[in-house]
Design a protein around this ligand. Structure first.
Ligand SMILES: NC(=O)c1ccc[n+]([C@@H]2O[C@H](COP(=O)([O-])OP(=O)(O)OC[C@H]3O[C@@H](n4cnc5c(N)ncnc54)[C@H](OP(=O)(O)O)[C@@H]3O)[C@@H](O)[C@H]2O)c1
Length: 290
């Protein structure tokens, strides 16, 4: 299994491992154990967020392993909608990420294209996005992170950002799997040089029992979970997958097994086509955020 093949340059001088371990809903000892297991399996990228309430656990788990291992682990975190009320508040939030992790995050994202406690059509989201991005650009200048990006941004949010940003977002982290392939958004991101990171590749587990997924997995010679993770990779996107169990995390890591990429891509496209009339989004939906 080659891990070096699965990296992507996302910003000048910044290379990101494409397979990330997700930590949503993992806290305390469960989180620390799960991150430790993921690193032991070979994951080199950990995804956390201010709203997950586990950045301290992630930082602790990283510090518990050998220094030369922890130093090369790539960490993504995210600024919460509740931290977007002013540029000062967003700046403080980034400082908070550094403090809780106990290290500089590699990548910091705007988690959601709007602030909390506002209706989706509120005009305040636009201002919140703008000053939060300014705070991220400043944090990048000050060395409080190595790259900056967004998450759950739709076409309209990205177009707006690209008009005023000084630093282009390195990535857009979005829900992405065979039942929600985000074809138009992915093509746009590619055209403007924003790398796509897909989350919930297993449809939060819901896709695993589907017979079409099982058939696709058998075709490419992987178990259903890693086959779905590979589906996202085969679309050219990075991927974040989560498990609280060491054996499932180990299984998920086999997604980067040496396989014929063209053969996998063809099978992955067939799976996407099989779901063409049954698109489903399993997570929160940013499409109505003005
Ligand atoms: N930016 C955003 O807004 C956003 C939104 C959602 C997620 N994310 C990130 O993406 C990560 C992954 O997404 P997700 O956690 O929503 O969903 P997911 O990775 O698609 O699925 C996780 C679910 O699948 C189960 N699972 C994992 N591996 C398995 C395996 N090999 N066999 C059987 N079941 C398996 C897990 O159960 P067990 O834990 O019991 O194994 C869990 O219930 C998150 O943890 C988070 O870091 C980001």
């Amino acid at each position: 299994m080659s891990t070096t093949k699965w990296t992507r340059a996302i910003a000048p001088g910044i290379t990101m491992p494409m397979l990330a371990f997700g930590t949503y809903r993992l806290r305390g000892e469960t989180c620390r154990d799960a991150v430790r297991d993921a690193l032991r399996c070979g994951f080199q990228h950990v995804d956390t967020a201010s709203v997950y309430g586990n950045e301290r656990d992630v930082g602790e788990a990283l510090r518990a392993c050998h220094r030369e291992v922890s130093e090369r682990i790539f960490v993504t975190s995210k600024i919460a909608p509740s931290e977007m009320r002013s540029e000062e508040e967003a700046a403080a939030a980034i400082a908070g990420v550094n403090e809780r992790l106990g290290r500089t995050p590699d990548l910091v994202l705007v988690h959601w294209p709007g602030r909390d406690k506002e209706s989706p059509d509120s005009e305040r989201h636009r201002d919140a996005r703008r000053w939060t991005w300014r705070a991220l650009e400043n944090a990048l200048k000050m060395g409080q992170c190595r790259a900056i990006g967004v998450s759950n941004y739709e076409l309209s949010h990205l177009r707006e950002l690209l008009q005023f940003c000084d630093v282009k977002p390195a990535v857009n982290q979005i829900e992405l799997h065979a039942r929600f392939p985000q074809t138009e958004l992915r093509a746009f991101c590619e055209s403007v040089g924003v790398h796509v990171v897909g989350y919930s590749p297993l449809g939060v587990g819901a896709l695993l029992d589907d017979d079409r997924v099982k058939a696709y997995a058998a075709t490419i010679g992987l178990r259903p979970a890693p086959a779905l993770v590979r589906w996202t990779l085969s679309m050219g996107a990075s991927v974040v997958v989560k498990s609280s169990a060491a054996e499932r995390t180990e299984e998920n890591f086999t997604a980067i097994s040496d396989l014929d990429d063209d053969f996998v891509h063809e099978a992955a496209e067939k799976l996407e086509t099989a779901f063409a009339s049954e698109r489903v989004k399993f997570c929160w939906n940013p499409s109505s955020v003005r």
